[in-house]
Write a protein that binds this ligand. Structure first.
Ligand SMILES: *Cc1c(COP(=O)(O)O)cnc(C)c1O
Length: 392
């Protein structure tokens, strides 16, 4: 449908047109004015949908939220200033004082701290961690006071998967809310809401942003649940996204399918090369047929992203450093999901917090490396890995 020029407000998923602008303008405004007492009073009657003040709604933010909700097949989305802003709002909405949460081991570190330390200390929330591989673990962990099952599939550390529809069904039967961190797969490759999950959260700082230039997060779900979060955690904790950053997200969503297919193609080539290299003992990547949960991944994801990990055959710190420091195409950084290929070694942060013995007991080695495979030429990335492996 052709849009009229000068259309100032409309909540369609398409770009919000103003003076025929091709791209949604950045409404850099904190406040919105009204023509009368009645008009502003009416806006307050519909406060979760009205433009009144930009800690609540803003037209530029609304466009990005609409696009994300549609992509995930949700009714509504809320954008936050970071992934942790979104995760903490979703978790606080579902958690109850003296309640109980079931979560996956190896979830994103700050989420783990939020659930395990913060909620326990502040709200006496207890938590049971499960590997998430078997449905029976969830069944066994359910208590009378369980109000949330928190998933991350694939998990961003070891890429283990949960069978999403069966866990969602179990939770529904027991009247327990479900939240999934879907950052790794993105709403392009995996649609948990269609599998019965209540709320999907993302760090948009990864693939959804995709250009290493924005930190943001999103929660997607039903009108009812998102409306409830809007009225409490969104407005009261105030971790909203800025309009200019929401505009970057809208820019990024347009190329998400193209980027994800390219990340997948590159990552599969890199993972296959690594898997066949004699100086590598193991590659963790859900897109490889050798991956333990490959069939489950095929059932619930339409593709795989570009973050993977692998283990060098050596556990010698100096050799691991030689490999790591001699890569030319992979830059050294912690985040992921952008154009640039990155490497990070899990040992770097762990050895600061642990003794040598504690580190050994985690099962990790100095040779455990995480790659974010970017959008550069895959052959060049492989040649780079090959030359660095030759040095050790
Ligand atoms: C990065 C990340 C987060 C946190 O997102 P921020 O935008 O950094 O706050 C949460 N979950 C996963 C899986 C992540 O990788």
């Amino acid at each position: 449908m052709k849009k009229k020029n000068n259309q100032k407000h409309n909540n369609s998923p398409e770009e919000l047109s103003y003076e025929g602008a091709m791209v949604t303008p950045i409404f850099q405004t904190s406040n919105f004015s009204f023509e009368s007492w009645e008009a502003i009073s009416n806006a307050f009657d519909h406060r979760t949908k009205s433009f009144i003040y930009s800690r609540g709604n803003n037209p530029t933010v609304e466009v990005a939220q609409r696009k994300l909700a549609d992509l995930a097949r949700g009714e509504r989305a809320l954008l936050f200033g970071s992934g942790m802003g979104a995760i903490s709002a979703a978790v606080l909405h579902c958690a109850q004082k003296d309640g109980h949460i079931i979560a996956i081991k190896n979830i994103y570190g700050p989420t783990n701290n939020l659930l395990y330390t913060y909620l326990k200390d502040k709200m006496n929330v207890s938590i049971t961690f499960v590997s998430g591989v078997e449905l029976g673990e969830f069944e066994a962990a359910i208590q009378a006071n369980t109000n949330l099952i928190y998933l991350e599939s694939p998990s961003s550390g070891i890429f283990s998967l949960q069978d999403i529809p069966t866990v969602a069904a179990l939770a529904k039967k027991n009247d327990i809310k479900t939240v999934i961190d879907n950052t790794w797969a993105t709403p392009f490759f995996q649609k948990p809401l269609e599998m019965g999950i209540d709320l999907e959260v993302h760090s948009c700082s990864k693939y959804i942003g995709g250009h290493s230039d924005v930190v943001a997060g999103v929660i997607i779900g039903s009108d009812k649940l998102i409306g409830g979060i809007f009225e409490k955690e969104y407005e009261w904790l105030g971790a909203r996204i800025a309009p200019a950053e929401a505009a970057l997200i809208t820019r990024s969503i347009k190329t998400l399918p193209l980027r994800m297919k390219a990340h997948e193609a590159n990552a599969l080539q890199v993972a296959t090369f690594l898997e066949n290299h004699p100086k590598i003992v193991k590659v963790n990547y859900p897109g490889l047929e050798s991956f333990e949960q490959y069939d489950l991944g095929k059932r619930q994801m339409s593709g795989n992203s570009g973050l993977l990990s692998f283990r060098l055959a050596t556990n010698d710190l100096e050799k691991a450093k030689t490999f790591f420091n001699n890569l030319k195409k992979f830059r050294i950084a912690v985040s992921w999901g952008g154009y640039e290929s990155l490497i990070y070694a899990l040992a770097i942060s762990y050895v600061k917090e642990m003794t040598r013995e504690q580190f050994a007991s985690t099962g990790l080695t100095y040779g455990d490396m995480r790659l974010s495979v970017g959008l550069e030429n895959a052959t060049e990335l492989i040649l780079d890995l090959e030359q660095a492996l030759e040095l050790i």
